[in-house]
Write a protein that binds this ligand. Structure first.
Ligand code: GAP
Length: 462
């Protein structure tokens, strides 16, 4: 983890938020390479789950919505964590994390998320769990805190009204359900998908971009008629699809993944069944990467009741009016990004000792290729290399490097996951070709410049 965090900063993937002011806890910024990788992951998700499917529609709702949305969805009352404060060092900590980390050190996997305040207090007292920072045993009473970020709409102080930054992006899909029915006239089952920022007032520190105040979420609500389709079958279907996305499209090693069923206590207030797809993150053990929930008709029913707007779907065959049920696959994009970095990080042993390679899927890599003139002080080689660079940059995201020797340039590109390095040498001037070096095998082939774009396109598909 330390090596990946250091690489991420050194090479411009992820920077600590507000760095020059000493940082702001649990905030990060994506640098020039990070923004490319993140965009590639998000675009791939959108292409795979929205563009390539007939029955999933996209949406882009606002970050700020009426506070009534969050009251109706149950988030103002139930979207809470139990926190305790250490009276000695003033450290504030999520009580479920305190307890789970305590048992994890004893090699016991215990889940207490969702336990009531009383039960949490009893566990902390019975086990005499010490503050992980100052080792004191002097906790305040556990208290519930809401995770929603508060903000105010309006500029005149006495007329400002309370609003929230969205704590999940799902609600945008529920409140627009009727608009989509009216404008698109879709048949059930169909999905509504969104990808965008969500905000939670998280207090647990550390673990890099795993848990942040602002994060990127991509999820969809899959609406269906419970009389015509069994939710269990849809749940299993999406479970398989999530697995395929993670292993085949993101390329995450299956050995580092597992599914875990939520306990009744742990499950969110809206869900009848939840399973997490967990990744073996190097801090602690397996932790949530994605979630899959059967939200029943909880959200639509509540919005219909509280808004007074009829949100029912009319079955086109029977004319029956019904509130559809929902299965929701949800994908944290920052955790996808982190899992991709961790899973693709290799340090080579043996002859190539010291070579660090990010073996990202080629289509996810920030740069698809880097172009090098063999010698930076030979104008005819540099000119030819620039021509190649100009051709490629209209098709792909491309880097240029003319510093140091070729070996160093290769290593520098390997470390950021560039799948192909293209060198223009003396032979290129005579033969109008280049060498293309493969990141993973380090093998080189000569390719004619006229065929280079097609050659790369083919390679990048896989
Ligand atoms: N609409 C359902 C929902 O929001 P969730 O399990 O609360 O479900 C969805 O969150 C996903 O968002 C998680 O699986 C995780 O990948 C990601 N996530 C949640 N909180 C996060 C945070 N504070 N920082 C980064 N990612 C987070």
């Amino acid at each position: 983890m330390t090596k990946v965090v250091s690489l991420a900063k050194r090479r411009g993937f992820v920077f600590p938020g507000s760095d020059i002011y000493g940082g702001l806890a649990n905030t990060y910024d994506y640098g020039p390479l990070g923004v490319e990788l993140m965009r590639n992951i998000k675009n791939l998700w959108w292409k795979h789950f929205v563009n390539e499917r007939d029955e999933i529609y996209g949406l882009d709702s606002g970050i700020i919505m009426s506070p009534k949305v969050w009251e109706s969805s149950g988030h103002t009352s139930s979207f809470t964590d139990v926190l305790v404060d250490c009276r000695k060092c003033k450290n504030r900590i999520r009580a479920d994390h305190l307890i789970e980390d305590y048992f994890e050190k004893k090699r016991k996997e215990v889940k207490v998320e969702g336990f009531d305040v009383e039960k949490i207090k009893n566990i902390i007292d019975e086990e005499k769990i010490l503050c992980p920072h100052c080792k004191a045993f002097d906790w305040t009473e556990p208290r519930k805190f809401n995770l929603l970020f508060e903000t105010h709409v309006g500029i005149v102080p006495e007329k400002k009204s309370l609003a929230y930054l969205r704590g999940e992006i799902a609600q945008g899909m529920f409140v627009n359900f009727k608009n989509v029915l009216d404008s698109q006239a879709p048949d059930l089952p169909f999905g509504l998908a969104q990808s965008g920022a969500a905000f939670r007032n998280e207090i647990t520190l550390g673990n890099f971009i795993f848990r942040t105040l602002q994060f990127n979420l991509s999820e969809f609500e899959y609406f269906f008629n419970p009389k015509k389709q069994k939710w269990e079958r849809l749940f299993d279907y999406w479970k398989k699809e999530m697995w395929t996305w993670t292993t085949e499209l993101l390329g995450i090693n299956k050995k580092n993944l597992r599914w875990r069923l939520h306990t009744d206590k742990e499950r969110s207030h809206y869900s009848e069944k939840t399973e997490d797809l967990e990744y073996n993150f190097p801090f602690g053990s397996f932790k949530e990467l994605y979630g899959l929930a059967y939200r029943t008709d909880f959200d639509l029913k509540n919005h219909m009741e509280k808004s007074g707007v009829d949100m029912r779907y009319t079955d086109k065959e029977t004319n029956e009016k019904l509130i559809p049920h929902v299965v929701e696959p949800t994908f944290g994009m920052d955790r996808s990004f982190l899992a991709c970095l961790l899973d693709s990080y290799y340090e080579e042993k043996g002859k190539k000792e010291g070579r660090i390679v990010l073996k990202l899927k080629p289509y996810l890599a920030p740069y698809k290729a880097a172009v090098f003139p063999l010698l930076a002080n030979k104008p005819e080689i540099v000119k030819k290399a620039k021509q190649v660079y100009d051709i490629l940059k209209t098709e792909f995201s491309i880097d240029w490097d003319d510093r140091g020797n070729i070996g160093k340039r290769y290593y520098s590109q390997d470390e950021i996951g560039t799948p192909y390095c293209i060198t223009i040498d003396y032979d290129s001037l005579k033969q109008n070709d280049v060498t293309v070096r493969d990141r993973d095998t380090t093998k080189q082939v000569r390719v004619n410049i006229k065929e280079l774009v097609e050659f790369l396109k083919k390679k990048l598909e896989g």
